[in-house]
Design a binder for this molecule. Structure first.
Ligand code: ATP
Ligand code: LTN
Length: 334
């Protein structure tokens, strides 16, 4: 039987090279032989403050970006999370089945809540149980994500297994994380120890899929590095996080291994490597940026795809939700 894949991105800003190399590039190749659902997780996006107009705009931007990155809206299904009410409903149920001790281990909450934990919303704390609902509603077999999401997928597996065993019934498929090796975690261009993130306050920390060629070149030129030349082997990148990150980006963009990139540039200074990296990034990103703009000019086409995706998603999600409600003892709707 065709395996089902589900993944999602928050409409919290323009997508970055990290989102593309860590997740979307992988989705494109999976859609050929999987039943794919790609969600725009706007319920997750309101776990931190966001302006309503920005949220609306960013939601359409993510839909446009999915298509521009090669997601075929006929072969795959793209939809907005809030168009499928079952996400919020199952999210509540799973929140009631998840011990706080499990949530307390989540590093994303610690990172996002920062020093002012008591000011963070309940939604931010419960974020992973809503994510589990996104995945379990569709009985997804695989979840293609970047490495930063591994912990959330493991939690989803734990929740699925514990609910299945509590009710003695296979209510949920236990999903597998699918993490691309080379670009599992692209780091910030300003700090090689921090993840590249679309919500980082500094725009120079990331390459956005919508950046112009000039912006891409400038950001790569200004990217932090050390003073040494590129080493001959991967071993030489140890303890050089910024250099390692640029080599990983080059490798992933050019579909080579990091070892091959080191071999090719052994001994070269960054003044030689960076312009080549910039050319490569422009070659890959500029057409994607153009295509995003094109899709955003005519949003009725995007809306048509989102409607078709939501209809498909609702049908599957309602079936799972009905099963769950019956099993946990809710009376059927009268
Ligand atoms: P935010 O900054 O708003 O938290 P984000 O940039 O981390 O957002 P998400 O919407 O949380 O992006 O993630 C979308 C997908 O992109 C996920 O699968 C995530 O694992 C992947 N991803 C995000 N950042 C990176 C990165 N730096 N390297 C590789 N994959 C990434
Ligand atoms: N938590 C993810 C976004 C996300 C997701 C999902 C990913 C929400 N629901 C379901 C995969 C499957 C993130 O922050 N990157």
């Amino acid at each position: 039987m065709t395996k089902r894949i589900l993944s999602g991105v928050q409409p919290s800003g323009a997508l970055t090279l990290g989102n593309y190399l860590g997740a979307l590039k992988n989705w494109q190749s999976l859609q050929e032989n999987h039943d794919c659902l790609f969600c725009i997780v706007n319920l997750h996006a309101i776990t931190v403050p966001v302006e309503p107009d920005a949220l609306r705009k960013q939601t359409l931007e993510i839909a446009a970006t999915y298509l521009a990155c090669g997601i075929d809206p006929v072969q795959s299904h793209i939809f907005v999370q809030s168009h499928v009410p079952a996400h919020a409903e199952l999210g509540w149920v799973l929140g009631c089945k998840t011990p706080m001790g499990w949530l307390n281990r989540m590093t994303q909450f610690k990172d996002k809540a920062g020093k002012h934990k008591e000011k963070a919303s309940l939604g931010l704390y419960g974020y992973p149980t809503l994510q589990a609902a996104d995945i379990l509603l569709y009985q997804a077999d695989g979840v293609p994500v970047g490495d930063d999401q591994k912990q959330h997928i493991e939690l989803t597996r734990d929740i699925a297994m514990s609910v299945n065993s509590a009710y003695g019934k296979d209510l949920f498929t236990v999903p597998e994380p699918m993490i691309e090796k080379t670009a599992a975690r692209i780091m910030s261009l300003r700090d090689g120890t921090k993840k590249m993130s679309k919500s980082d306050p500094s725009d120079f920390s990331r390459l956005n899929l919508t950046d112009s060629a000039d912006e891409i070149r400038l950001k790569i030129k200004k990217a932090k590095t050390d003073s040494g030349p590129l080493p001959e082997t991967l071993e030489g990148l140890k303890d050089r996080p910024e250099a390692k990150n640029l080599v990983a980006i080059f490798a992933s963009l050019s579909k080579q291994s990091e070892e091959d990139v080191c071999r090719q540039y052994a001994g070269a200074p960054f003044s030689v490597f960076k312009p080549d990296l910039a050319d490569l990034a422009v070659e890959v990103l500029a057409p994607t940026g153009e295509s995003i703009k094109k899709y955003l000019k005519e949003t009725s086409e995007l809306e048509r795809h989102l409607k078709r995706g939501a209809d498909y998603a609702n049908e599957i999600a309602e079936k799972t939700l009905k099963d769950v409600f019956e099993t946990i003892g809710f009376l059927p709707r009268l």
